[in-house]
Design a protein around this ligand. Structure first.
Ligand code: FES
Length: 152
């Protein structure tokens, strides 16, 4: 290699952040109330929520596509009276809870921002991403909804 050769740097992947605890599995009833927690999206505070649909926890940012506001009717209540769709409490945009896709109302063709979650051994965890990060206070991860799970 001569001094005139360009120096190529290999892209450096940021290390994946560890998953974060959200709640006990038992806190999520089928098509029931959601559990919410705080996150940072691009460094800005946002709320996220997880609910159980078809037996699977599904999580999204709590932000309507029509106007960027939180959607729940009361804390944790996102579903319509039939427990079929996520329904924004402001102007009634309806979202498919299985994938966050807008299916009616003023939310256009978009979909809610998904947050990756996993259920394991009776606990629900979320995975931070490049864009969505945990809120950290005093160098300690936030415990959003109760005491962390007991050590295995
Ligand atoms: S703010 Fe959600 S439908 Fe208008």
């Amino acid at each position: 290699m001569s001094d005139n050769d360009p120096v190529r740097a290999e892209p450096v992947e940021a290390p994946a952040l560890p998953r974060e605890w959200v709640c006990l599995s038992a806190a999520l009833e089928e098509s029931g109330r959601a559990v919410g927690w705080d996150v940072l999206e691009y460094g800005r505070p946002q709320r996220a929520f997880v609910l159980r649909v078809d037996g699977v926890p599904r999580a999204y940012l709590n932000r309507c596509l029509h106007v960027p506001v939180e959607m729940d009717w009361t804390p944790g209540e996102f579903l319509d009276s039939e427990r079929r769709y996520i329904l924004c409490s402001i102007h009634g945009a309806a979202y498919e809870p299985r994938d966050g896709r807008c299916v009616g109302g003023p939310c256009g063709r978009g979909r809610l921002t998904t947050v990756a979650v996993v259920e394991e051994a009776g606990q629900v965890y979320w995975y931070p991403s490049r864009d969505i990060r945990p809120v950290v206070f005093d160098d300690a991860p936030q415990a959003p909804n109760a005491a962390p799970p007991p050590a295995a």
